[in-house]
Design a protein around this ligand. Structure first.
Ligand code: BGC
Length: 743
């Protein structure tokens, strides 16, 4: 129905040559490769038309606004005579964003944070989430989604970690690729971002990420490469930061040596908003399009680019290449042949909410469950919910990804200061855990107390059969959190409640790890991430066991900040800079100097860092409990060209559940890394033989257009998380070469 509606509203394009009785121009020949069609279009464009397509407007600052511009992240007018679409760009990964409600009353479906998607370890769900957002974007007339955030979690305190897919390159790459494919299944473009090593928010406009090149290729770039390989995004967004001394958006090594010469990427590179610092250098390094031009010091790809071409400093052919790459992405995604509707189309929000709920139900992680506290008994007579505004909703993360979700905003707290103040508010989605729990326990008296007063909360807990504390930790783009300790005295609150009622459950709504000094005193802990617009309903169903917990941590939870490679965000000498150092909209940064952030851990990100340091985390990567018990037997490993591990998984419990055997591989002394996993749903008291195959992309080197896995001895470990082994064996693998899977 949606498709029909969208086509009905399609923009009329110029009559085809065939209709006009001539032979069709190459760009209309859908049997031709996208790049050939794009090149033919570029030949038909005037110099001015080309120059206009390589820099984009930032609608909040565009005056006067073109008639068909709607407030969002970006707008680039098309060339109607050639059917070249106006690019209408929106954020992004968690839903069609509407930061600080720039479009009054425009709602969209909000997925849980990407960490929840990653925690499902289920690429099909990542695809469905992307397909859902893409459908809404298209129906709202957007055709470029600034989605696909895949920066690896190097720092547990990262302000934007909730928008990304965790710390492992294979998991993050596979999941982002599936998400992007889902977005683009709607014939719109998705980006992958922020390329690369945009790993901290503090002073992100000036952070010079220092890292050994081989280590970078083996970690963050591996995630991007897998994501591009699997998702084929039309565009790559370069980040704000510098890498080894060059800004991402004028970094020839990143934009040309790696992306083009090594990976053969055909689409276009767009800048992050306010991330361009030059004309000649950026153009020659491989930047194809300047985004949000009003946020840069000048419109580098406007008049200055025309002058640089006229003066011969930038070859004319480079302009043609920029536009060819943009149009290649536009054509390959299907956008050129399926223009977006001219006016907004109806959206099936109920069907989309079900996707959001399913991601939450599959991605929320059960961290602790002692004494069978969970699932909650439907016979409980008195249940008290404490804190986190759990009477009205669930928390979301802040920044450009902020969705104003379908049900509205029950709580919204403006920021008084800080780099995010101009574009982020602390926002709850309308998905009340209180209402959802009441609906599932109609015979119980379910009440709520705010948690502001630990003494009152303890009194309420003492008087109940079960107490559930909803603890929150808000994170936002443009700011890192300064400590992993829960803010606002919530540790004290949890202590007080746990002391008053032995049947206490802590539900964490966080954008990453939190410290849990009270862990020994609380029988059950649930990591709900930011659970999206159906988070309340999903949590209620999980807590009562209507669905089983299936999520596994996509990042390590540290026992203390001292375990981290960098215990706190790195700042320039003398402390963090002005707001403009973290927020492109907050002013000019050209007088400020970049400062180094040393990624000394190299490719040993996340669990590999802990393994290398001999540190025991609080909860390891890949960890998550279920309501049932799995038993693993008869594990054996196969070497050769298709290395794998096979194991019999038996569900010994009385409930169905999802097992997630994970395969790790290590060569030499290097810490092991995830090379494969299988998600297995098993009914109670059934068993199944499961094979987990090694994905060479996780460890192979990329050489001359092929993944080359060096031959030699590898220690393969089958585990239930990064530190818990089922079985392990050293196998000898021959050198193995894998052709690129797609394209
Ligand atoms: C963010 C990008 C986003 C862009 C447009 C920037 O501040 O870093 O992720 O896509 O704004 O909103």
């Amino acid at each position: 129905m949606l498709v029909a509606a969208a086509l009905a509203g399609a923009v009329l394009v110029a009559p085809t040559a065939a209709q006009a009785g001539q032979s069709a121009p190459v760009w209309q020949d859908t049997s031709r490769p996208a790049a050939d069609r794009a090149a033919a279009l570029v030949k038909a464009m005037t110099r001015d038309e080309k120059l206009r397509y390589v820099h984009g407007l930032f609608p909040p600052m565009t005056k006067p606004a073109p008639a068909d511009m709607i407030p969002s992240a970006g707008y680039i007018p098309g060339v109607p005579r050639l059917g070249i679409p106006t690019l209408r760009e929106s954020d992004a990964s968690l839903g069609v964003a509407n930061q600080v409600e720039q479009r009054k009353g425009d709602v969209a479906t909000a997925l849980p944070s990407s960490l929840a998607t990653a925690a499902t370890f289920d690429p099909d769900l990542a695809y469905r989430g992307g397909a859902m957002i893409g459908a809404e974007a298209r129906a709202k007339t957007f055709n470029v989604l600034l989605a696909g955030g895949v920066n690896l979690t190097r720092d547990a305190w990262g302000g934007r970690d909730f928008e990304y897919l965790g710390e492992d390159p294979l998991l993050a790459g596979v999941m982002v690729g599936a998400h992007i494919r889902g977005v683009q299944s709607n014939h719109i473009v998705s980006t992958i971002k922020h390329y690369a090593l945009n790993a901290q928010e503090t002073d992100r406009m000036l952070a010079d990420s220092r890292i050994d090149r081989a280590a970078l290729e083996d970690s963050d770039l591996r995630a991007f490469h897998i994501g591009i390989d699997a998702g084929e995004p039309g565009s790559v967004m370069c980040g704000y930061n510098l890498v080894n001394g060059d800004w991402d958006c004028e970094n020839k090594y990143l934009l040309t040596t790696v992306l083009r010469d090594q990976w053969d990427y055909p689409g276009w590179v767009m800048s992050d908003w306010g991330g361009v610092h030059s004309t000649d250098k950026a153009a020659l390094a491989g930047l194809d399009q300047e985004s949000g031009q009003e946020l840069d010091k000048q419109i580098y790809f406007g008049k200055p680019l025309a002058e640089a071409i006229a003066a011969g400093r930038v070859p004319e052919a480079r302009l043609d290449q920029m536009v060819t790459r943009i149009l290649t992405g536009v054509i390959a995604s299907g956008l050129y042949d399926h223009p977006t509707p001219a006016t907004a189309q109806p959206i099936d929000y109920d069907a989309h909410a079900a996707v959001a709920q399913q991601v939450a139900e599959q991605g929320i992680v059960l961290l602790k469950n002692a004494d069978g506290v969970l699932p909650l008994a439907k016979t409980a007579r008195k249940i008290v919910l404490i804190g986190g505004h759990a009477d009205v909703g669930v928390l979301s993360g802040g920044g450009s990804s902020q969705v104003r979700s379908v049900g509205g905003v029950p709580v919204e707290i403006p920021l008084k200061s800080g780099p995010a103040a101009s574009f982020a508010r602390i926002t709850w989605h309308d998905s009340s855990p209180l209402d959802a729990i009441r609906a599932l326990a109609p015979g119980a008296e379910v009440t709520y107390v705010s948690g502001d007063d630990p003494v009152a909360a303890a009194a309420a807990a003492r008087n109940a059969d079960v107490a559930i504390v909803f603890a929150t930790q808000w994170r936002t783009e443009a700011e890192d959190i300064q400590t992993l300790a829960l803010p606002d005295n919530q540790d004290r609150l949890i202590d007080a409640v746990a002391g008053a009622n032995p049947h206490s459950v802590v539900v964490l709504e966080t954008g990453g790890p939190a410290l849990m000094p009270w862990l020994d005193r609380v029988p059950a802990v649930v990591e709900a991430w930011y659970p999206g617009q159906r988070g309340g309903q999903a949590l209620a169903r999980l807590l009562f066991g209507e669905v089983d917990f299936a999520g596994r941590l996509p990042m390590t939870f540290p026992a203390s900040e001292a375990q981290l490679p960098r215990p706190h965000p790195v700042t320039p000498a003398g402390g963090a800079g002005p707001d403009s150092a973290s927020n492109a909209g907050a002013g000019d940064t050209s007088a400020l100097r970049p400062f180094p952030v040393d990624y000394h851990e190299g490719a040993n990100v996340g669990y590999r860092w802990y393994a290398g340091q001999g540190e025991k985390p609080l909860f390891p990567f890949g960890y998550g409990l279920t309501y049932t018990r799995f038993n693993y037997s008869d594990a054996h490993f196969t070497g050769g060209a298709q290395p794998s591990a096979t194991v019999t998984v038996r569900n010994d419990g009385d409930r169905a559940g999802v097992a997630l055997p994970q395969l790790y591989a290590a060569a030499g002394d290097a810490p092991a890394r995830l090379v494969g996993w299988q998600r297995v749903k098993l009914a109670s008291h059934t068993s199944k033989s499961v094979t987990v195959t090694l994905d060479p992309r996780a460890i192979a080197a990329w050489r001359d257009g092929k993944w080359v896995l060096p031959g030699g001895a590898y220690r393969l470990t089958l585990g239930t998380d990064a530190v818990t082994s089922i079985a392990s064996e050293t196998v000898t693998l021959p050198q193995h070469v894998t052709e690129k899977a797609r394209r």
